[in-house]
Design a protein around this ligand. Structure first.
Ligand SMILES: [Mg+2]
Length: 311
């Protein structure tokens, strides 16, 4: 499969998962398949809970902000990404994670805000840095394993002071890099775990092991470990993009983010053409704080091409 198929699949797949999962956020298990029993039947991009059909949430909005910073600055400019996040957070987006909102609005400088928030609050690591990593994972894949994992950690640290969030985001980046290089991401997992900070390896080894099931999670899936574990589980236990997304949303809880992470992985794995057109057609990404801009599929595809360094 061509690289751009996988790169665009990751970017668009994550956005599609986000928009599909949003109306089911904090709902019960199996709510999605109760409403849409048959795969392929249509109507799944239904909106609800304050979301229009096809509307992507903070997960994709922040991923776009990271992408545009990388492309406009031509390098990883952490203060610039942080400033874009702050501008977005100040415009009252419909959805924003609790940790993320605190860090972006507490008036601290970019290199201290998340660390100090973590020192004070000591909260469990949320999935808020993992959820927005599809664009950066595509961009840094060509730079190699060490560079992409390092970039993941540094972008995560802008809003998350807990190293657990950095390591989970680094695993996601490396899973995408492997997939773009035609390596089976599931087969690569044992090696990837070896690249994780030793103090965090054990917990990720549990949730990423082939016999782990999301029902064994010890935290709500708004935490980074079960969120990543659930996304990998959804990829491992299904055989199509559509079924992976359905499995992710059917877990309930933080459905937009679990499906966004799943969609990033499954989009890269199966490629853009495996994502149903009836899901990409209504997809749109409002950017609060950025002059009323709304991105559509063509805009996301253009971003994906540039992130992947393709004409
Ligand atoms: Mg969201």
């Amino acid at each position: 499969m061509k690289l751009i198929q996988r790169a665009a699949g990751a970017v668009v797949g994550s956005a599609v998962g986000d928009a599909l999962g949003a109306p089911f956020e904090f709902g019960p298990q199996r709510a999605f398949s109760a409403r849409f029993p048959a795969p392929g039947a249509g109507g799944e991009m239904c909106g609800g809970g304050g979301w229009d059909p096809g509307e992507a949430t903070d997960d994709t909005q922040m991923a776009v902000l990271v992408a545009e910073s990388l492309l406009e600055r031509g390098r990883l400019d952490l203060p610039d990404i942080f400033a874009r996040f702050q501008r977005w957070a100040a415009s009252e987006p419909k959805d924003i994670g609790l940790q993320t909102e605190d860090v972006l609005t507490n008036g601290m400088p970019w290199d201290l805000a998340a660390a100090i928030h973590f020192q004070v609050n000591q909260r469990a690591a949320g999935n808020g840095s993992l959820m927005r990593a599809a664009t950066s994972s595509v961009h840094f894949a060509a730079a190699g394993q060490e560079a992409t994992m390092d970039a993941a950690r540094r972008i995560a640290a802008l809003t998350h002071g807990d190293r657990a969030a950095w390591e989970g985001t680094a695993i996601f980046h490396e899973l995408i890099r492997a997939t773009l290089e035609e390596v089976d991401p599931l087969a690569a997992l044992p090696d990837i775990l070896g690249l994780i900070h030793p103090g965090h390896r054990g917990r990720y080894a549990v949730v990423l092991s082939p016999d782990w099931h999301p029902e064994q999670a010890t935290e709500f899936n708004g935490a980074v470990w079960p969120c990543l574990g659930s996304a990998v589980w959804a990829l491992r236990t299904t055989t199509s993009f559509e079924d992976a997304i359905r499995a992710a949303i059917d877990l309930g809880g933080d459905t937009d983010t679990v499906a966004a992470v799943t969609g990033g992985l499954a989009g890269a794995y199966y490629g853009l053409d495996a994502i149903p057109v009836r899901w990409t057609q209504p997809l749109h990404v409002p950017l609060p704080g950025f002059d009323g801009r709304v991105l559509h599929l063509t805009d996301l595809l253009r971003l994906a091409h540039r992130l992947a360094g393709e004409p």
